[in-house]
Ligand binder design. Structure first.
Ligand code: ATP
Ligand code: MG
Length: 347
């Protein structure tokens, strides 16, 4: 880990920067540093350093710098209290990427850099080669593609996901998790002018910034970091009630599949769900019988998303609480707010 001490003139100053050795991408550190100093979390695209938003997750947003010639997508994670935490996170992130590659889940070239400021924030910038947005799963399913092609896409995702659990079954020391949602996958070489998916289409996994790997049953990343973007008034309750469940969900093939299929409610394509359930159940039975996964039912997928305190309600409540927290922090307490919040999400 290299560290460079810096000085600056704005009230928010970056006081140290950390980067792993063997730089993998052409990250413009000066630009990131200037960006971090002048960040505008309220109006992401109106900051001093212009950015273009590439996509929103529930927690963070992915963007590129308008004035950079490098095709790099960044995700800013301002969730660390100590340098020890961010270093542990990067180590976990590196291990996770190596394991995914070894298992046969391709990811884009990636890199990372962290910055510590004089206001005590430590933000990790995860960098990834920029992928054309029309090749990302949630875009593909909304453009000129047949239902049959969507089914093939889901089958290809299932094939990738099953590699994780086939690995976990064999592995003594390591256990890997993954977030299988449709928006986390891109189709290599996808041509929106000639859309279509075939059994030989190749997928790339994008959502690599949350390293889900356990070494001898210990989470490589600190699980509590999952909750760092939650309002402080909710964090203790979330930790007590949901943290274990939320993290464990990504290590369970059946639950990851339910989450993937329930995503079609959010993507406004619920009519596809029954046939996707059939496809998944056939996949469990014929392609990975050794994993002995119980078949899914429509009721389960529906309840998971639409039920009382199901995925839809949880995220609506969570995002409303974050907006309330931002209001309290910025308007009442006159503090800065460190996270980007997504706009209105149709669910
Ligand atoms: N390398 C990339 N190039 C272009 N767009 C990207 C890239 N990585 C992510 N995106 C876009 O940003 C969206 C969110 O990215 P990602 O899935 O990594 O975040 P997320 O984990 O879902 O967010 P969160 O953890 O905050 O919920 C993706 O669905 C995609 O549209
Ligand atoms: Mg995602």
């Amino acid at each position: 880990m290299t560290q460079i001490l810096l000085t600056g003139s704005l009230s928010k100053q970056v006081i140290s920067i950390g980067r792993i050795c063997g730089f993998k991408m052409k990250i413009d550190i000066n630009l990131i540093q200037e960006f971090e100093r002048s960040i505008n979390t309220l109006h992401p695209e109106k900051g001093k350093i212009p950015i273009h938003i590439l996509g929103y997750g529930e927690i963070s947003l992915v963007f590129e710098f308008v004035n950079s010639t490098e095709p790099i997508a960044y995700k800013r994670l301002p969730i660390f209290d100590t340098e020890g935490q961010v270093k542990r996170h990067i180590a976990a992130y590196e291990i996770y990427h190596q394991i995914l590659a070894k298992i046969g889940i391709e990811i884009p070239p990636e890199d990372s850099v962290w910055l510590k400021s004089n206001d005590e924030t430590i933000a990790l910038y995860c960098a990834q080669e920029k992928i054309s947005s029309s090749s990302i799963g949630n875009s593909i399913i909304h453009h000129d593609i047949s239902q049959n092609d969507i089914k093939i896409l889901v089958k290809l995702i299932m094939r990738k996901l099953s590699k994780i659990w086939l690995f976990n079954k064999r592995s003594q020391k390591l256990e890997v998790g993954i977030d299988g949602q449709i928006s986390n996958w891109a189709v290599k070489g996808y041509d929106p002018e000639d859309p279509g998916i075939s059994e030989s289409s190749e997928l790339i996994y994008l959502d690599t910034s949350t390293p889900m790997v356990r070494i001898n049953s210990v989470d490589a990343m600190e699980p509590i970091l999952f909750l760092k973007s939650a309002p402080s008034f909710l964090r203790w309750a979330l930790e007590a009630l949901f943290l274990e469940e939320v993290v464990s969900r990504y290590y369970d093939f059946r639950l990851v599949t339910i989450d993937l299929l329930a995503n079609f409610f959010k993507e406004q394509k619920p009519e596809l769900i029954p046939s996707l359930i059939k496809l998944v159940n056939e996949f469990y039975l014929h392609e990975v019988p050794e994993l002995e996964i119980e078949p899914l039912s429509y009721l389960e997928v529906d309840r998971y998303y639409n039920g009382f305190l199901g995925d839809r309600q949880i995220w609506v409540i969570f995002q409303a609480a974050r907006r309330m927290d931002r209001y309290l922090q910025t308007r009442m307490l006159r503090r800065s707010y460190n996270f980007y919040l997504p706009g209105k999400i149709t669910r």
